[in-house]
Design a protein around this ligand. Structure first.
Ligand SMILES: N[C@@H](CCC(=O)N[C@@H](CS)C(=O)NCC(=O)O)C(=O)O
Length: 211
């Protein structure tokens, strides 16, 4: 068994990784950084992740950063043997890698554009109504793909819950929390509600962003 230390922070990009570790039931230590106090810019942390960001996972003393890379590694290392991630070189593994990367690159990238165009966390001069409208429409198109994917499936890879539901469900529940409407996609709405009702979800978030 590897020794795992997760550097995280409440209500951050680290939470999907914290949630995956709980769903996988993998023993680990979680260290929460105080981002407002600047813990992430201390030299000892920058030596682990030069970006100064959470999540950072240290595996037997070796650091990894970027949530998607960490999640895909967790699937490979622990998920396959627990039946929560498809075996290598199967059609289901190709789907899991494709949809998880789609979530961070395509869905997440579009959501970032919407946030930059509208959020008070960014300067008013970055705000742009046309960009916000475009990104909102594109998010609805992305959700329509998930709606189609969930036709005849309770979960993204079939009948059984998997780490892919954790990865995609985390992104969709966060999008809903920030105001992206799911109402036009009833299967997505029902699936994400089942996901956020799981015990591990509340335990990882501390408080649910979807409530
Ligand atoms: N692309 C990165 C994003 C990580 C990220 O932006 N983390 C934020 C918290 S949500 C952070 O650590 N911010 C601290 C800072 O920028 O000073 C990932 O997915 O791991």
């Amino acid at each position: 068994m590897n020794e795992l230390v997760l550097y995280a922070s409440p209500l951050s990009s680290a939470i999907p990784v914290a949630l995956a570790l709980l769903e996988l039931d993998v023993p680990h230590e979680r260290i929460d950084l105080d981002l407002a106090a600047g813990d992430q810019r201390k030299p000892a942390f920058l030596a682990l992740n030069p970006n100064g960001k959470v999540p950072t996972l240290v595996i037997d003393g070796e650091p990894m950063f970027e949530a998607l890379a960490i999640l895909q590694w967790l699937g490979e290392r622990f998920g396959v043997e627990r039946g929560l991630w498809p075996a290598a070189d199967t059609a289901a593994r190709f789907e899991a890698l494709s949809w998880s990367t789609w979530t961070y690159v395509t869905f997440g990238g579009t959501q970032q554009r919407l946030i930059h165009a509208t959020s008070p966390r960014f300067p008013a001069k970055c705000h742009n109504a046309a960009q916000a409208k475009l990104a909102s429409e594109q998010l609805q198109s992305h959700l329509a793909l998930l709606e189609a994917r969930l036709e005849g499936r309770a979960h993204l890879l079939g009948d059984a819950f998997s780490l892919l539901d954790v990865i995609v469900g985390s992104a969709v529940s966060y999008a809903a929390f920030t105001g992206v409407p799911l109402a036009a996609h009833p299967r997505v709405e029902a699936w994400v509600n089942r996901f956020t009702a799981r015990d591990a979800y509340a335990a990882a978030w501390g408080e649910s962003p979807a409530q």
